[in-house]
Design a protein around this ligand. Structure first.
Ligand code: PLP
Length: 411
């Protein structure tokens, strides 16, 4: 890889001068991409095994998405939600049909907004059922991540995200993830919703154990609480099924939230609601200026058309297996990992004791070796290539990972 050019360094200096310092951005200015490759302005090419953060499911510059977005930009960019446009109507219909549980859809612009809507809906559902304030608790799980707004960050049961933002909104109760006994103790007639990611993303690529979703469904039914699944990271084909909860055919949630992969890189969020609570939020109780924007929903419609393919979902499963095998081989060589886990192309490799806290260092070493991978917390490497990653791109990425790790361990 070339050293950063003068232009790159100048732009980074400007970014540091003008941005709030809330990200630790790497020393490269990305310019364009194709499939699972992305180039910086200095001409370095990277293999992208992060897809943003599980966003570019169809890779960079997918021709069908480009065509759809280009066509829509020439027609209409925006009307207020006082009026109808065609793309969000068609997208809502597709999501309802493909979800297998939802009746109605609300569109917004991000994951946090989708979760915020879900939380509001759950509270309103409880209020409409005549429950007093103290019976509107929402249970979430340790290791979860639900967003950065004040309420979704409170739903996020990780104290590191709360520090300094107190007082936090009340009414959230945290339960150890995958602990059925603890959950049984916490759930009560005060509970109005249980909210979780079927596979925790930011928390370290931790899947709900088999049967956990089913158990939650039963508890929700018992206490008339809503079951909210946050599929913002694990949904949209990432696990080899369009929705992660489809791996457990008996489970029907009440609410599912989506964002990230739904727009393939164009910002969009959505909340899907089952019949039971589909009409809880009525005129005047919620809304957004940009949600359901025709450009975002046209692109998402094109994304779903491509994701709704058995061939693609089989490929995700197959590539996922290959990736896990490659990581096992890497582990055989470098003894880095304690565990390799995940589903489809949502993979986490947890570093062993000797490399604890080194995930950031290793992801940066990979970048310097022209490969983009992510971390999920300080101890887990997170690998989430585009769902359309080709065998050649995979091979090249794995080769770069091997090389980058060898260099990292030498120094
Ligand atoms: C599971 C999950 N929920 C919610 C969010 C928040 O989404 P956004 O950053 O679009 O607000 C994220 C983002 O990483 C996520 O992974």
């Amino acid at each position: 890889m070339k050293n950063p050019s003068k232009r790159t360094l100048q732009l980074i200096t400007k970014a540091k001068k003008y941005y709030l310092p809330i990200y630790k951005q790497r020393e490269a200015i990305f310019d364009h991409g194709k499939g699972a490759r992305i180039w910086d302005i200095d001409g370095n090419d990277y293999i992208d095994f992060g897809s943003g953060i599980a966003v570019n499911g169809l890779g960079h510059s997918d021709p069908d998405l480009v065509k759809t977005l280009t066509a829509q930009t020439k027609k209409l960019w925006h009307t207020s939600n006082v009026f109808y446009t065609e793309p969000p109507i068609l997208l809502a219909e597709t999501l309802v049909k493909l979800s297998g549980f939802a009746k109605h859809v609300f569109f917004c612009n991000s994951g946090a907004e989708a979760n915020e809507a879900a939380i509001k809906l759950a509270r309103k559902y409880a209020a409409d059922s005549g429950r007093p304030l103290e019976r509107r608790e929402i249970i979430t799980f340790t290791g979860s991540f639900h967003g950065r707004t004040l309420t979704t960050v409170t739903a996020t049961a990780q104290p590191k995200y709360h520090a300094g933002f107190e007082p936090l909104p009340p009414g959230f109760v945290y339960c150890p993830f995958n602990d059925e006994q603890a959950l049984e103790k916490l759930v009560s007639d005060k509970t109005c919703a249980i909210m979780l990611e079927p596979i925790q993303g930011e928390g370290g690529i931790t899947p709900a154990k088999p049967g956990f979703l089913n158990h939650i469904r039963k508890l929700c039914d018992k206490y008339d609480a809503l079951m909210i699944l946050d599929e913002i990271q694990c949904g949209m084909g990432r696990t080899g099924k369009l929705f992660a909860f489809h791996h457990e055919p008996d489970v029907k949630p009440d609410i599912v939230t989506l964002a990230k992969g739904l727009g393939g890189g164009f910002p969009i969020g959505a909340m899907l609601a089952a019949e039971k609570c589909a009409d809880t939020l009525q005129f005047g109780s919620h809304g957004t200026t940009f949600g359901g924007n025709p450009m975002a929903t046209a692109v998402a419609g094109a994304v779903l058309k491509k994701l709704n393919s058995k061939t693609l979902m089989r490929a995700v499963e197959q590539r996922g297996k290959e990736m896990r095998q490659a990581l096992e081989q890497i582990n055989g060589k470098f003894s880095l990992f304690k565990e390799i886990r995940g589903k489809g192309l949502m993979i986490g490799a947890e570093l062993n004791q000797s490399f604890q806290g080194k995930a950031a260092e290793i992801t940066e070493a990979a970048r310097k070796g022209s490969l983009l991978i992510l971390q999920a917390g300080p101890d887990v490497l997170r690998i989430m290539p585009p769902l359309t990653v080709t065998a050649t791109e995979m091979k090249e990425g794995i080769k770069r990972l091997n090389k980058a790790l060898a260099t990292y361990l030498e120094t």
